[in-house]
Design a binder for this molecule. Structure first.
Ligand SMILES: Cc1cc2nc3c(=O)[nH]c(=O)nc-3n(C[C@H](O)[C@H](O)[C@H](O)COP(=O)(O)OP(=O)(O)OC[C@H]3O[C@@H](n4cnc5c(N)ncnc54)[C@H](O)[C@@H]3O)c2cc1C
Length: 126
């Protein structure tokens, strides 16, 4: 039996199948292909970025008090900064202060700011 999608025959097997074409699914597919996995299929019930990914405010935030999250955020920063070399094309990444008319986050409470610095300082290169 052949499986068809919009008039095109589909493969019946794959090396990896990812459910959901949000930022997690598509970046997992990208990373698998980069690591040599040949046949990666992303199954999406709606459209690419139909879920939270399409609704994101697109803030690349670095301040987290949960250490694994702070590590992940810091590791992700270079991907945004070097997007054209690592991925190709442009992702629209820019840096600007968070005090524009759109995002006035005010001054963080002193305790929270201290915790951010405490967690992030050891992660930064010497
Ligand atoms: C309003 C809003 C603002 C946000 N702003 C930011 C921000 O500024 N910065 C930030 O870092 N994060 C932000 N986030 C969080 C961020 O968008 C999410 O953490 C991230 O997009 C989650 O990605 P995901 O791939 O896990 O999920 P999703 O993007 O939700 O992708 C899941 C996909 O799976 C599909 N799917 C679900 N079930 C099935 C199924 N059974 N079969 C096939 N497909 C299926 C869905 O259709 C969807 O496309 C924001 C979120 C929201 C809602």
């Amino acid at each position: 039996m052949k499986i068809w999608s919009k008039g095109t025959p589909m493969e019946r097997t794959a090396d990896a199948i990812i459910i959901g074409a949000g930022v997690m699914g598509t970046s997992t597919a990208f990373q698998l292909i980069q690591r040599g996995v040949k046949r990666v299929v992303v199954l999406e019930k709606s459209t690419v970025a139909a879920g939270s990914s399409g609704k994101s405010s697109a803030l690349v935030r670095m301040h987290y008090t949960f250490l694994p999250e702070a590590r992940l955020a810091l590791a992700s920063l270079a991907w945004f900064q070097e997007w054209s070399e690592r991925v190709g094309g442009r992702c629209g990444f820019t840096t600007r202060p968070l005090t524009s008319s759109n995002y006035d986050l005010g001054t963080p409470p002193a305790g929270a700011a201290t915790a951010h610095v405490h967690y992030q300082r050891p992660l930064l290169p010497a």
